[in-house]
Design a binder for this molecule. Structure first.
Ligand code: LIP
Length: 272
């Protein structure tokens, strides 16, 4: 077995365990532990507990690796591999009783951004949806559910227009700019979805359920696993430089559709 496949298997086992813990805590009732960047940006007790579980399991299985998670301090490792972890992506969905939340675990080598790391393995486990998306560098992407295991492929054609997902983040000062961006992209869209969990948006792009996804201000742990899943499903993930609030935009889909969205966002589109 390759190193990448063994990292994926470990991530998958831990993501299942972590997802079950999240689901159990959700059934018992969620308590908000704190607000982060804004009052709307919350962390629940479960986010912290689930990250502690993932961190402890990784530390015992691979003590030389680094760790970079949403809810705790980063630590550098000696192996050159770092685990990039969002214990519950879609925390607001989770706290509000909606099923679109996921545990996201990726193993990367190199830097701490999409542009500077090389992702080796990634897993997105959505426990309340019963689906696990995963990818190994150079080994393709798949989804597992009660229906079995299927390989993933990004949609390449959308004659009725592209079904595009986006997100708006928690800072109300940025919403007007994001709505303006949606307006720019609308001419090539069939319709727009707002799922509320970047890891799931990216996994759905990989599965061809969504044609594309874009959002400003994602954090490395929101996208590390999902971006690898998209690229291993034949898609492309690009980042545009920061806007006036310093937020980079992440765009995922087929390479051609990502290009069309970029042209519309930066205002160089000649079509429509
Ligand atoms: C969230 C994302 C969501 C995005 C938010 C936030 P969290 O992650 O997945 O789609 O709009 O800005 O980043 O905070 O629930 O892990």
């Amino acid at each position: 077995m390759t190193l990448e496949a063994s990292l994926r298997d470990l991530a998958r086992d831990i993501a299942f365990e972590a997802g079950e813990l999240a689901r159990r805590r959700r059934a018992e009732g969620v308590s908000i532990a704190a607000s982060k960047s804004t009052l709307a940006d919350i962390v629940t007790e479960a986010d912290r507990e689930v990250e502690d579980l993932i961190r402890a399991r990784l530390a015992s299985e691979r003590p030389d690796d680094g760790f970079f998670g949403e809810e705790s301090d980063a630590t550098a490792g000696a192996s050159g591999i770092t685990w990039v972890v969002d214990p519950i992506d879609g925390t607001v969905n989770y706290a509000s009783g909606m099923p679109s939340y996921a545990v996201s675990i990726a193993a990367v080598r190199g830097g701490d951004t999409l542009a500077t790391w090389e992702a080796l393995a990634g897993v997105v486990r959505a426990p309340a949806l019963g689906e696990t998306f995963s990818a190994v560098r150079g080994g393709g992407a798949q989804v597992e559910s009660e229906a079995g295991t299927q390989s993933l492929a990004v949609a390449m054609e959308f004659p009725a227009g592209a079904l595009i997902a986006t997100g708006f983040g928690y800072d109300s000062r940025t919403h007007a700019d994001d709505i303006d961006t949606v307006q720019r992209v609308m001419p090539i869209a069939r319709d727009v979805r707002r799922i509320g969990a970047a890891a799931i948006d990216l996994s759905y792009v990989a599965a061809g359920r969504l044609d594309a996804y874009f959002e400003r201000g994602l954090k490395p742990w929101d996208l590390a696993a999902g971006a690898l899943i998209v690229s291993e499903a034949g898609g492309s993930v690009e980042e545009l430089p920061g806007d006036r609030f310093g937020r980079r935009m992440t765009i995922a889909g087929s390479a051609a559709l990502v290009e069309r969205i970029v042209e519309r966002v930066v205002g160089t589109a000649s079509e429509d």
